[in-house]
Design a protein around this ligand. Structure first.
Ligand code: AHM
Ligand code: MG
Length: 344
């Protein structure tokens, strides 16, 4: 008789993880369960995105006479509404909102803090390119009651969990609670995330670099030299690397996590802090990549050590295989220069 392989749902995985920590209350698994529900609701809408022209364009009324929301606004709303009443959170913050998001008075507050980017890469939706939701969870630092800005402005190393959902050719959830990185693929038939990638490890060094080269003329010297270095030929270090840039951070990070290499969004002369947000994009992906054995830096400092000053602050980001990010840092800090190419 043949038995099916053990099927592990995300819920089972979280509960079994909690059991390993005596004293766990189940609060955390409840929080993640609520979050997964929101992601499934977003996935359902995202997978209908191509039908918008048939069912009604964003901002217009659809055939049912309902107002059609832009998908990023829809996603933002779906997460807030799934998370506001469970009693697990004391405050939230979202890339889509200027200020922190309080828990309504009628609901209890809890000990965790949630920061999220509801739909990253949403400018790619119309081209059917993968997009994603990113989340980051902290323990509250304020004593009780409503959470505060201080609860949200904690350095990344204090995260208790982080992850993303990538809505791609299949929909996957990748998360960490500081005990390795695990990936789950959504089985649309039963609406469950099933363990498909246990204990993901990023290769020490990759063969792919990922950056928006359209910004080349605005890059600082270190970035120009580093990218040139990656394009040079050297068999011992597998160069030249291949270039891959989706322009959807979750998808670019997901590939980097699985195949190795480096993803970067550097600062440049127009935007010295780059484009990506520390709290919603850099910190959670840095936590994940470090947990998988990789490295994440702003060129000088470890991302997770940065003390945040404001909710929406931006940071340059170099993230991926440890050896690749180390070399990038050496170029950014002027410690490494291009070697003169030997005459052939
Ligand atoms: P968004 O949060 O407005 O979607 O912007 C973030 C996205 C990332 O997913 C992606 O890495 C980056 O913007 C791409 O930016 P660019 O078009 O400048 O290369
Ligand atoms: Mg974003």
């Amino acid at each position: 008789m043949s038995f099916q392989k053990k099927v592990i749902t995300i819920e089972r995985h979280i509960i079994e993880g909690e059991r390993a920590h005596p004293g766990a209350t189940g609060d955390f698994s409840g929080l993640l369960r609520d979050f997964m529900l929101a992601c499934k609701i977003i996935w359902r809408e995202v997978s209908k995105a191509g039908l918008v022209n048939i069912l009604g364009a964003a901002g217009k009324e659809n055939i049912h006479g309902d107002q059609v929301k832009k998908l990023d606004v829809f996603a933002d709303d779906a997460i807030y509404k799934a998370m506001d009443h469970g009693g697990h959170l004391c405050v939230m913050a979202s890339e889509e909102n200027e200020d922190v998001l309080h828990i309504p008075d009628k609901y209890p507050t809890g000990k965790y803090v949630l920061l999220y980017d509801p739909l990253d890469g949403s400018s790619n939706i119309d081209a059917n390119v993968s997009i994603g939701t990113i989340f980051s969870i902290y323990r509250r630092v304020s004593p009780s009651g409503k959470g505060t800005m201080q609860d949200c402005l904690q350095p990344g190393y204090k995260q208790v969990a982080a992850g993303y959902v990538v809505y791609g050719s299949s929909t996957m959830l990748v998360y960490t609670t500081g005990d390795g990185v695990h990936g789950f693929t959504l089985d649309p038939g039963i609406g469950e995330f099933l363990l498909s990638h246990e204990n993901i490890r990023i290769p020490k060094r990759g063969k792919i670099y990922s950056v928006n080269e359209g910004n080349y003329r605005y890059w600082f010297d270190g970035v120009k030299k580093y990218v040139k270095y990656l394009q040079e030929e050297d068999k011992t270090t597998n160069r030249p690397y291949s270039g891959r840039y989706i322009g959807s951070m979750v998808a670019d990070i997901h590939r980097t996590l699985l195949y190795g290499g480096i993803f970067m969004y550097p600062g440049d002369t127009r935007h010295p802090d780059g484009k990506l947000r520390l709290m919603y994009e850099a910190n959670p992906t840095a936590f994940l990549v470090e947990q998988a054995g990789g490295r994440a830096s702003n060129g000088n400092d470890r991302i997770l050590d940065i003390t945040p000053k404001s909710l929406h602050q931006k940071t340059p980001l170099f993230i991926g295989s440890a050896e690749d990010v180390c070399i990038a840092e050496e170029f950014m800090q002027g410690k490494r220069q291009l070697q003169p190419v030997a005459a052939s």
